[in-house]
Design a protein around this ligand. Structure first.
Ligand SMILES: *[C@@H]1O[C@H](CO)[C@@H](O)[C@H](O)[C@H]1NC(C)=O
Ligand SMILES: *[C@@H]1O[C@H](CO)[C@@H](O)[C@H](O)[C@H]1NC(C)=O
Length: 400
């Protein structure tokens, strides 16, 4: 292979990997097949008491498991949230929801991640996400959409009250899809996070429908090995077909029940400091130093002001700023051909667009598998409450 080909395939691989860090899980589509079967009334007994057995079969794609799964996912399921909605005390909430209460290794204990989670609905999915990424040494800023229902906000507050390292963003936005408010929500959390007593190394942003594919330990190892001191903001120079996003002024339309972003006829000025606008992911992993830079640097502040009336500014702001910061990686990302095997074996940190209300079994299986991996890697004694179920011969095996 000549060097150009190698560069090109490396480049293509980069693009593929960057774009697929956040990817859709298609398992849910396969589970939705054959709606006719759902008319059978079934009870829990017929579906078995060992979800791990069914999940294991689903992970290897057994067709019988798909059929059973599509029936059984609609039967009565244990209500994990009953404790939050009633008034359990915090020690009961932590136990009932299987939160991990001690760092699982020295390495994790001395490397704290900060998370920004923006949510607006679906309490159950939020709890599943939170208990998957929760570690006592990390810190979590939750941005609850200002327009969320009051009882939703209250339930989130109930959970948050049980933890010293989880808090609700002190300033809340009415978040409009593709609007500046989405970016502002992250920045509100960042302001709170840099002023927190809890020290952290990197910040990761997620939305309520995301779910981790990797464990806390995996994520730390990944950051340390590939990105030490650098930011992860995958992107490219703004493509032509994206230029309209920053060429005219956009406004947010917000009324109860409906909100959206619309273009006006007003042309925008050039970006401040003649900055080249990049385009990429609204999701990132950023160093604390970079977060402090974005909150204080004059160019960062001016770019933020200039972005106020652009379309989906979260998809250019971080990427563009990272190019200014001096620690960016010259190419689109740093993967090379040598990473191929690693990528094939475990390409994703997080996956997104989960709808537990429609495909509950997908989430059940993913979270069982995730927790199993987490506990498998633990270097401290495991407490019973951390497990989702007692040991039995049907327990999921990790090597599938
Ligand atoms: C929390 O509630 C449980 C069950 O109601 C009770 O056994 C426990 O003592 C309570 N703990 C605290 C700290 O109040
Ligand atoms: C931006 O670039 C133009 C030409 O490309 C130049 O005339 C102008 O002075 C630059 N402005 C700043 C603020 O650097």
């Amino acid at each position: 292979m000549n060097p150009l080909d190698a560069t090109k395939s490396g480049f293509l691989l980069c693009v593929a990997v960057c774009m697929f860090i956040y990817t859709f899980i298609y398992l849910k589509d396969t589970l939705s097949a054959e709606p006719d079967e759902q008319k059978f009334s079934t009870n829990r007994a017929e579906c078995g008491f060992y979800p791990d057995e069914l999940c294991s079969a689903l992970f290897v794609g057994k067709t019988a498991a798909l059929k059973i799964g599509s029936i059984c996912q609609n039967t009565d399921r244990p209500a994990a949230l009953s404790c939050v909605q009633t008034s359990c005390n915090c020690s009961t909430v932590l136990k009932a929801l299987h939160f991990i209460t001690r760092p699982l290794s020295d390495e994790e204990g001395s490397f704290s991640l900060a998370y920004i989670i923006t949510i607006h609905k679906e309490l159950e999915m939020f709890v599943k996400l939170l208990r998957a990424i929760y570690m006592p040494q990390n810190i979590y800023c939750i941005h609850v959409d200002e327009k969320s229902p009051t009882d939703y906000k209250a339930a989130v507050q109930n959970i948050v009250n049980c933890f010293e390292n989880i808090f609700i963003s002190s300033k809340r936005e009415n978040v409009v899809y593709a609007g500046f408010s989405r970016l502002q929500a992250d920045i509100n959390c960042m302001r709170d996070l840099v002023h927190s007593k809890i020290q952290w190394n990197y910040v990761i942003n997620l939305c309520g429908q995301d779910y981790p594919i990797k464990t806390n330990k995996d994520i730390i190892k990944y950051i340390k090995s590939k990105w030490n001191g650098k930011n992860m903001t995958p992107g490219v120079v703004q493509p032509l077909h994206m230029k309209h996003r920053t060429q005219v002024s956009y406004r947010e339309y917000v009324r109860s029940g409906t909100s959206y972003v619309y273009p006006t006829k007003n042309a925008k000025t050039k970006p401040p400091y003649n900055l080249t606008i990049y385009f990429g992911s609204a999701y990132y992993i950023l160093t604390k130093e970079f977060v402090e830079f974005t909150l204080t640097d004059a160019r960062a502040k001016d770019l933020l002001e200039w972005s106020r009336d652009t379309y989906s500014p979260d998809e250019h702001y971080w990427v563009t700023l990272n190019r200014l910061h001096g620690h960016y990686i010259r190419d689109i990302c740093v993967y090379g051909l040598g990473d191929l095997q690693w990528i094939i074996e475990s390409p994703h940190l997080f996956a997104n667009k989960f709808e537990p209300a429609t495909y509950p079994l997908v989430m059940d299986c993913l979270e069982r598998r995730h927790r199993l991996k987490v506990l498998h890697q633990a270097e401290v004694p495991i407490e019973d409450d951390w497990r989702f179920q007692e040991d039995n011969s049907f327990n999921m095996k990790l090597n599938v």
